[in-house]
Write a protein that binds this ligand. Structure first.
Ligand SMILES: Nc1nc2c(ncn2[C@@H]2O[C@H](COP(=O)(O)OP(=O)(O)OP(=O)(O)O)[C@@H](O)[C@H]2O)c(=O)[nH]1
Ligand SMILES: [Mg+2]
Length: 375
């Protein structure tokens, strides 16, 4: 191996002589990476926009998965191709029924998706399952859990399961998921099920991309225990009290009455639709057909009244709005001058030298000044 003759480390005093020089062996890391990269590109021929589009439209599962990977990529070049692909797929999308499923961890969402998914596939539907989990970057998501929970479903050729895209903010995850819905619909999936954990903001995001929103609760769990905020109840079209099997059945019926009562005082999430509460068991399959009948009834009523189409249109505008908002926030906080001043302003607030309103004004002023300078 070739040695570098005289290399001086960073800590070497200025004007130091050769006594500080060390010999090092040049790393070989790059070489290995390059070979691996080359292998990858050899195995994975890059596809043209039309190859992606035709693959998706012809229900080529391999290309479908690669298209979604392209959408999820943060590489600018990939994003550009992804947008071209999406533009061509857009006219073929929109024909599915989008169903959001939320609930605390362990409520039985994935088990329910397995049961409902199999029920639908046996009726001839094509089912796409997506999960939205903004925390998955940290926890690596519940991919493993989901794969085992949806064991039968994951083997079905008319089912496609895609775990939450990792990395980035909820806004970023949401953009990718929305675009993934478009791709799945263009591929011919007529039912899209989206699972999200009902803590934090992700349920609001999922509500804004689905037609029907279901909350899964556990019998006798109690509101506090389940961390269910009133806010979620205002978003849902139905509540399933899950795990109503064995000794739990009685408790489930009591919970059902409680939730029906609570919903009675809330504004319905969908105009012209009274949210339904029922009990069931994802494990035994009890309540699955009732759930599906409710969803079909919901679809019929809202399509007749025009509420369905209206919501879809509003969701498109909200989507655009959200992306612009995310961009503005990112643009502001990643501004170098704003970053520099933020620290000292933070300190001034802590010390009570400045009010929050003045602090905000100051930051905005700093940002505005950079804009004028750029011009
Ligand atoms: N007895 C009973 N157990 C159930 C039922 N549904 C789910 N479970 C069990 O509850 C546990 C959690 O189920 P999951 O389907 O993974 O729950 P989840 O809501 O998807 O959980 P996260 O994805 O972690 O948020 C598993 O051990 C399931 O077997 C049910 O109807 N009855
Ligand atoms: Mg799950």
């Amino acid at each position: 191996m070739k040695k570098n003759k005289s290399y001086k480390p960073d800590w070497t005093p200025e004007n130091a002589g050769e006594e500080f020089a060390v010999s090092i062996v040049k790393g070989v890391e790059n070489k290995i990476n390059k070979t691996q990269e080359a292998d990858k590109t050899l195995k994975r021929k890059t596809l043209s926009v039309d190859e992606y589009v035709n693959g998706v439209l012809n229900f080529d599962r391999n290309i479908l998965a690669r298209t979604i990977t392209l959408i999820e990529s943060n590489n600018l070049n990939h994003q550009e191709i992804a947008q071209q692909v999406l533009r061509k797929l857009l006219p073929h999308s929109g024909k599915s029924l989008r169903i959001g499923i939320t609930g605390v961890p362990g409520a039985g969402k994935s088990t329910l998706i397995e049961a409902l998914g199999m029920f639908l596939i046996n009726q001839g539907h094509k089912v796409a399952v997506l999960t939205i989990d903004p925390s998955s970057t940290v926890t690596k998501g519940s991919i493993l859990g989901d794969k085992t929970r949806m064991e039968k479903l994951s083997k079905e050729k008319n089912c496609f399961i895609r775990p939450s895209p990792t990395g980035g903010t909820l806004g970023g995850v949401a953009r990718k998921s929305r675009e993934t819905i478009t791709v799945c619909e263009a591929a011919g999936f007529d039912i899209v099920l989206i699972e999200t954990v009902g803590v934090g903001q992700s349920e609001v995001t999922v509500r804004s991309m689905v037609d029907f929103f279901l909350l899964v609760l556990i019998a006798g769990g109690g509101d506090e225990l389940q961390g269910i905020k009133r806010g979620i109840m205002e978003l849902v079209d139905a509540i399933l009290i899950n795990k109503a099997d064995g000794d739990n059945e009685k408790k489930a019926n009591i919970s059902k009455a409680d939730y029906e009562n609570a919903l009675h005082y809330l504004q319905p999430a969908t105009k012209g639709w009274k949210p339904k509460v029922f009990t069931g068991s994802a494990l035994t399959g009890k309540g699955i057909s009732e759930l599906w009948n409710t969803i079909k009834e919901f679809e019929k009523i809202t399509k007749q009244s025009g509420v369905f189409e209206q919501r879809r249109k509003e969701q498109l505008f909200q989507w655009v709005q959200r992306m612009v908002e995310d961009w503005i926030i990112n643009e502001f906080y990643s501004n170098e001058n704003v970053k520099k001043v933020s620290k000292s302003i933070e300190q001034e607030i802590i010390e009570g030298k400045i009010t929050p309103t003045l602090a905000a004004e100051k930051l905005i002023e700093v940002y505005k000044r950079t804009l004028f300078k750029e011009k």
